[in-house]
Design a protein around this ligand. Structure first.
Ligand SMILES: CC(C)(COP(=O)(O)OP(=O)(O)OC[C@H]1O[C@@H](n2cnc3c(N)ncnc32)[C@H](O)[C@@H]1OP(=O)(O)O)[C@@H](O)C(=O)NCCC(=O)NCCS
Length: 139
């Protein structure tokens, strides 16, 4: 497994965007995805045999707060510990930071196993508010 940390050089953003779509996550097109990853404090890409297997990113002040986004593993690579590896690699880059995220419905226990706990007072102002409510992210 080739782990690339904080290195966006040579990334196929169309493939990243297509992967997000494939696994049922929000996707915004290759250009916006590139912008988001390049502006993130931590990015991780996993490659196996030259193939993009999984990725994730975090935005952070680098001091005490961070948020994880866009964690995805290609379906054919799922269930082999890669998702855990992506999240752990991100956390390793964020010492001293509290880390928040919103899990896709049904993925909560994946994050629970990585030490995350359900937030009781989380509030979100999503751009696509109704769509996010329809998907079960908000009330
Ligand atoms: C969620 C996702 C990243 C997990 O990646 P993965 O490589 O399949 O997960 P791992 O093999 O690293 O699993 C690590 C642990 O979490 C568990 N786990 C994985 N997915 C789970 C789920 N949906 N619910 C509960 N537990 C889960 C595994 O059983 C494993 O447990 P173990 O350590 O006790 O064996 C992957 O399924 C995915 O990309 N899904 C689609 C996109 C998505 O929903 N991303 C998360 C957005 S919030």
């Amino acid at each position: 497994m080739d782990v690339r940390m904080n290195d966006c050089a040579g990334v196929d953003w169309a493939e990243v965007d297509a992967t997000l779509e494939r696994v049922g996550m929000a996707h915004h097109g290759p250009e916006l995805v590139r912008k988001a990853f390049e502006a993130s404090r931590v990015v991780v890409f996993l490659y196996e045999g030259g193939r993009l297997a999984g990725f994730g990113r975090a935005i952070s002040d680098g001091a005490y707060q961070a948020a994880i986004y866009d964690v995805a593993v290609q379906p054919e690579f799922q269930g082999r510990g890669l998702g855990r590896q992506v999240v752990q690699a991100i956390l390793n880059e964020l010492p001293g930071c509290s880390v928040i995220l919103y899990a896709s419905p049904g993925k909560e226990d994946f994050y629970r196993k990585l030490g995350f706990r359900r937030m009781r007072t989380g509030m979100a102002r999503f751009t696509l508010g109704q769509a996010m409510a329809d998907k079960g992210f908000t009330d």
